[in-house]
Design a protein around this ligand. Structure first.
Ligand SMILES: C[S@@+](CC[C@H](N)C(=O)[O-])C[C@H]1O[C@@H](n2cnc3c(N)ncnc32)[C@H](O)[C@@H]1O
Length: 214
């Protein structure tokens, strides 16, 4: 049976997705930050880090929608999933593929405004932000503004789930300390091209913060 959350068109086939993705990489390699969409193993590891009973999720940098697809399959209702994609062509593709999902063409740094304008925040904050952005390669100031934007729409116990191609956290320790965040390393997707690690960022609880500062 056709899935009403997606448009069954040839544009959604893996080969054409990879070609669309690669074309965007040719136009702007730094911003796209990967040659091809994330593979199944990495996608599975990212989704496995969703908090139990998560129902409101934001996705940043969706590309051709591999995580979007998996989030819907994991039971996130389409109207409780806000997707922010900066690239206009990828945004148009996502909009066509996921007509019931809130897909916005915008910059992750403006997430708070986007989520407010879209009405996503009227029914509550998010349980998780799933990020496909190439955070590791961004300058510190841009990392900071994206991560601050992500936490501005998260519940106090909410988390930012991020993959990285490097061996270490894509956010440096001094930035984590400045933002009051802790990092936990999740799974390692060795079959991904290139292999990637998953990191989960959460707020350090206020009593822990006080202990660290005193
Ligand atoms: C490494 S690709 C990941 C795509 C997809 N999540 C995946 O894993 O296959 C990064 C994506 O983030 C998008 N992007 C880059 N900077 C962005 C920003 N500031 N705000 C929103 N999206 C951004 C790019 O256009 C691209 O689609």
């Amino acid at each position: 049976m056709a899935d009403p959350q997606r448009t069954p068109s040839s544009a959604g086939k893996p080969g054409s997705q990879a070609w669309l993705f690669f074309r965007q990489w040719l136009k702007n390699p730094l911003r796209i930050a990967a040659l091809s969409p994330s593979g199944q193993q990495l996608t599975g590891l990212m989704i496995s880090e969703l908090p139990q009973r998560a129902s409101r999720v934001v996705e940043l940098g969706a590309g051709t929608g591999v995580f979007t697809h998996a989030l819907l399959d994991a039971g996130i209702p389409p109207d409780k999933l806000l997707v922010v994609e900066l690239n206009a062509e990828l945004h148009a593709y996502l909009h066509e593929q996921f007509p019931l999902v809130r897909v916005v063409n915008g910059n992750a740094t403006e997430l708070k405004d986007i989520a407010t304008r879209d009405g996503f925040l009227t029914t509550g904050l998010a349980d998780a932000v799933v990020s496909g952005l190439g955070l590791l390669s961004l300058p510190r100031a841009l990392q900071k503004s994206i991560v601050e934007a992500a936490f501005s729409v998260l519940k106090p116990e909410g988390c930012l789930i991020q993959f990285t191609y490097g061996p270490k956290s894509p956010l440096p320790p001094d930035l984590l300390a400045e933002l009051g965040l802790s990092a936990r390393r999740g799974g390692f997707a060795w079959r991904n091209v290139p292999p990637a690690s998953v990191f989960v960022f959460t707020r350090v609880r206020s009593e822990q913060l006080r202990a660290v500062r005193s």
